[in-house]
Design a binder for this molecule. Structure first.
Ligand code: WTA
Length: 636
């Protein structure tokens, strides 16, 4: 039997050709679809690698996400349904959301936040998180959301990089009925980050927490008598909407800066194409707002479209394994967006939990954050979508601001292939290249690059233009380097093959090996550390750590625990390694670089030839000898 062919449709090819060759006209038309106070003077000012999209234009994100809906029937529709593990619920119509955001914007103004300030948010998944983001940008300030799974040290590092004066937090976060002491973590962080002068405290629970007088202010007090309307501050299109820290290949996370105009235009358009989102959609993205997916897919894109969003605070399998399916049924979710890790966890528990629920409201299913294996894709398609809903496997990054490679059923549904993110979205000039930057032939693995600027792209790395240039624009001339491996098949479809740098994706969470290594060598007993990712059936990847102890220390379980604890307190529990090995030496090149390829081969119990990672500048013989030597050492 002849294999089935899945060529891109003619309509897709034509649309894409036009979008790429007339890209400024194309993006200008897209920009006209969101509200502006003043039209831009220029669609794109491009001084490689710095892009200014829609320069001269003025807009406000809070206006676009809320006020713009108030003169239509959407005024009284639900903007947010919130639910926690216990089934407690809250809902806010657009007019109510407007009120909450305005009151808090007025309060922030009163405590001295002005246009251009950076406000740090360290919050659980509660509605106030959305209010805080929109209130901040309403008055022209910029938010930096720090995922509430980060420890006080990691929080302090991020605050210090921004120099923020105001931080918004809650007393506790709740997960699996356990109280995560967010305020206590903040108190500890602020000992290391003295720039913060005011802390706004949201009471999520009744429990008492420490309150520092003069510094800590209760959210409930602040909004009680606040104004119910604050004029949105029109900001330049290139005004930073937010900074989001993400892991790179050094120990220091990068502050990815996103613009207001370009970012919003890009997300507005791509959510239409990929999810066919409209004001009738009930949209549920299960990510945490602390990651980029939550920024774009929970807050900005759905609210710009006047959709209803679901915010769920809690673990996917708690208290029961059908918690998520129950929520889809209860609210009639039409678009569901989640990660392969979550799906793999559910697959292990069988379909009975799903069959208890009526999931017929679903129309489109999305996947993000890591490669989705074909078997998981098929399962998602069959058991969640009942073979009716297209799966959109969306490839993108914190840096890209929005989805880049994905099926786009809202525009033109190309034939799907389980496991492939399919084709670049309109206007995205993606390619796979070799070490010299030349396109590779189909079936060959290479580096994924983007050859043209796009409106959602990062404006830079906060306060570090050199790092921005070096990380993304120096490997290949004139191309954005994604640091992902990819392959194009015979029909031009893209297959994502994981990171080409030292960044891991653990349960979809992005974490740099260098960050973990520096947390380990910060302990008094570790001399050297090396971290690699090991393939895992559920989490995609888990962390394996190799440690060389200082001379006076002997390996034992207490030291192991100590090291793991140090990672937890310096980064956060999600960065804890699954396996720790004490070794006497690490395989290194003559120039002293760790040969991770060897470590990877060993943790996967594979011969060295099968494991590809970045070239480590070592000769084949050198690698082979080290590999054998290291393996013997581990076994012995
Ligand atoms: C990976 C998350 C395969 C990729 C939005 C990328 C994916 C990194 C996919 C960015 C996908 C994201 N298929 N891999 N559909 N989506 N990735 O910044 O390695 O947390 O570079 O952004 O996740 O992770 P980040």
């Amino acid at each position: 039997m002849e294999a089935k062919k899945y060529y891109p449709t003619k309509r897709y090819i034509e649309f894409q050709k036009n979008a790429i060759s007339n890209s400024e006209i194309f993006w200008e038309k897209e920009a006209e679809k969101i509200p502006w106070y003043k039209r831009w003077d220029k669609v794109l000012a491009w001084e490689e690698p710095f892009a200014k999209w829609f320069e001269g234009g003025l807009l406000n994100a809070s206006y676009g996400c809320i006020d713009a809906h108030l003169n239509s029937w959407r005024k009284n529709k639900v903007a947010i349904y919130w639910e926690d593990e216990q089934g407690n619920t809250k809902s806010f119509s657009y007019v109510q959301l407007h009120r909450e955001v305005n009151k808090f914007a007025s309060a922030l103004k009163k405590i001295g936040v002005v246009k251009g300030d950076i406000v740090v948010l360290y919050l659980p998944m509660i509605p106030e998180l959305v209010f805080s983001m929109l209130a901040t940008v309403r008055i022209g300030a910029t938010h930096t959301v720090v995922f509430s799974g980060f420890s006080s040290q990691a929080l302090a590092d991020r605050i210090n990089d921004t120099g923020a004066k105001v931080l918004i937090t809650a007393d506790f976060g709740i997960r699996r009925e356990k109280y995560v002491p967010l305020k206590e973590i903040v108190d500890n962080a602020l000992k290391l980050a003295p720039s913060v002068k005011k802390v706004v405290l949201i009471k999520r629970t009744e429990k008492e927490v420490n309150k520092e007088s003069g510094r800590d202010l209760l959210y409930s007090e602040l909004v009680k008598d606040a104004e119910t309307y604050v004029e949105p501050e029109p900001v330049e299109s290139t005004h930073p909407l937010y900074i989001l820290y993400t892991s790179g290949t050094t120990g220091k996370p990068k502050g990815i800066v996103h613009s207001t105009g370009g970012y919003l235009v890009y997300n507005h358009s791509t959510y239409k194409w990929v999810f066919d989102i409209s004001d009738e959609s009930v949209y549920w993205c299960t990510a945490d707002v602390g990651w980029v997916t939550g920024h774009s897919a929970i807050v900005y894109a759905p609210l710009l479209h006047g959709a209803t969003i679901i915010i769920y605070e809690g673990a996917p399998d708690y208290p029961y394994l059908d918690r998520w399916w129950e929520i889809i049924e209860k609210y009639g979710v039409t678009i569901f967006y989640t990660s392969p890790t979550a799906l793999r966890m559910f697959i292990r528990h069988g379909e009975d939990w799903i069959k208890k629920h009526d999931l017929r409201s679903l129309k489109i299913l999305g996947s993000v954050g890591e490669p989705i294996n074909p078997e998981v894709w098929e399962w998602y398609y069959k058991y969640i979508g009942n073979e009716r809903c297209p799966i959109v496997d969306t490839w993108w990054q914190t840096e890209t601001g929005g989805m880049m490679i994905s099926p786009s059923p809202g525009l033109e549904l190309v034939p799907l292939k389980p496991g492939s993110a399919t084709l670049p979205l309109p206007g995205i000039d993606a390619d796979v290249v070799d070490d010299s930057g030349n396109s590779v032939s189909h079936g060959t693995k290479g580096y994924l690059v983007i050859k043209k600027p796009w409106p959602g792209m990062l404006m830079g790395v906060y306060k570090d233009p050199v790092r921005y240039k070096e990380t993304y624009w120096s490997k290949f001339k004139g191309m954005y380097y994604t640091a992902d491996y990819a392959m194009k098949d015979e029909e031009g479809y893209f297959w994502m093959l994981g990171r080409a740098d030292e960044i891991l994706k653990v349960a979809g969470h992005r974490i740099g090996t260098a960050e973990i290594e520096s947390a380990v060598v910060a302990t008094p007993f570790a001399a050297e550390a090396a971290v690699v990712g090991k393939a895992d059936a559920v989490k995609g990847e888990v962390i394996v750590l190799f440690v060389i102890l200082k001379e006076d220390y002997k390996p034992d379980d207490d030291l192991k625990k100590n090291i793991i604890n140090s990672i937890r307190t310096q980064i956060g529990p999600f960065a804890a390694p699954q396996e720790v090995y004490f070794v006497e030496k690490l395989p290194k090149t003559r120039s002293g670089k760790i040969m991770r390829r060897i470590l990877k081969a060993i943790v996967h119990d594979k011969p060295i030839g099968d494991v590809t990672t970045l070239e480590d500048g070592a000769s084949v013989d050198e690698i082979k000898t080290s590999y054998e030597e290291f393996k013997r050492m581990l076994k012995g």
